[in-house]
Write a protein that binds this ligand. Structure first.
Ligand code: PGA
Length: 239
């Protein structure tokens, strides 16, 4: 794993450069995208670069990591809404080629079809990841099998509490989500994980320097041949 440590602003700039390079070589690349606070700086950079004509998403296909169960895309806390609002509506991407797991159809057939669609599109060129305080990637909570594909999960209490800040109350935070599995993520050709802030320092250390274990889902990334981890000094402080 390659670890890059810089200010949050510079992390966004450097990560955005990866997308500029990829899309200049492969304009029809397949992007695996993520939600949460962490990618917002990167998305702002991508919007800026798109508006400046330095990058185009016109031929891109995208697959998001996850979605809350029970929220449709018009709900302002759904991840479809987040993506439209923070990226898709602001760049030249064809929305018909942007995919987010369904929060309403949680059948196994639909989950399996999501993985099949990714493969049929040629596989993900760059998968973007944040990391939960408990080491989750996507919504793959601790103890998720490394062999998992897209599936429905029950969110842990710590994840629901961490995400409560976006809802009016804890009761409103969905109890389940649909997420790409660990295997789905690991099949991406390249992976970029971004972690910012002191609260992530402990889990970042376990991810990079600890044993590879299903107890720390992100530790599986040690087994992937092309991973870049972008950290600010606070998130890197225990390395
Ligand atoms: P955050 O979430 O970017 O809001 O910290 C990351 C995650 O839970 O994967």
């Amino acid at each position: 794993m390659k670890v890059i440590i810089d200010t949050p602003e510079q992390v966004a700039v450097l990560a955005a450069q990866r997308y500029v390079r990829l899309l200049s070589q492969k304009p029809d690349a397949v992007l695996g995208l993520a939600t949460g606070s962490t990618p917002l700086g990167l998305y702002a950079q991508l919007v800026r670069l798109n508006q400046a004509g330095a990058i185009s998403f016109r031929q891109v296909t995208s697959y998001n990591l996850d979605e809350y169960v029970g929220l449709d895309g018009t709900h302002d806390q759904s991840y479809r809404y987040f993506m439209n609002h923070n990226l898709f509506d602001l760049v030249d991407i064809d929305k018909a080629r942007t995919f987010v797991p369904s929060g309403l159809d949680t059948s196994q057939e639909t989950a399996a079809a999501y993985d099949k669609a990714i493969q049929a599109a040629g596989g993900i060129d760059i998968q973007l990841l944040g990391i939960g305080n408990n080491g989750h990637i996507g919504f793959n909570e601790p103890n998720t099998p490394f062999g998992s594909t897209t599936h429905m999960v029950e969110l842990t209490a710590s994840t629901r509490e961490a995400n409560c800040r976006f809802f009016h109350s804890l009761d409103e935070v969905p109890t389940h989500a649909v997420t790409m599995g660990i295997k789905t993520v690991m099949q991406a050709k390249s992976i970029i994980l971004i972690a910012l802030g002191q609260a992530k320092a402990e889990i970042v250390k376990k991810t990079i320097q600890g044993p590879v274990t299903e107890l720390v889902p992100a530790s599986v990334l040690q087994l992937h041949p092309d991973v870049e981890i972008y950290l600010d000094p606070a998130a890197a402080s225990l390395l």
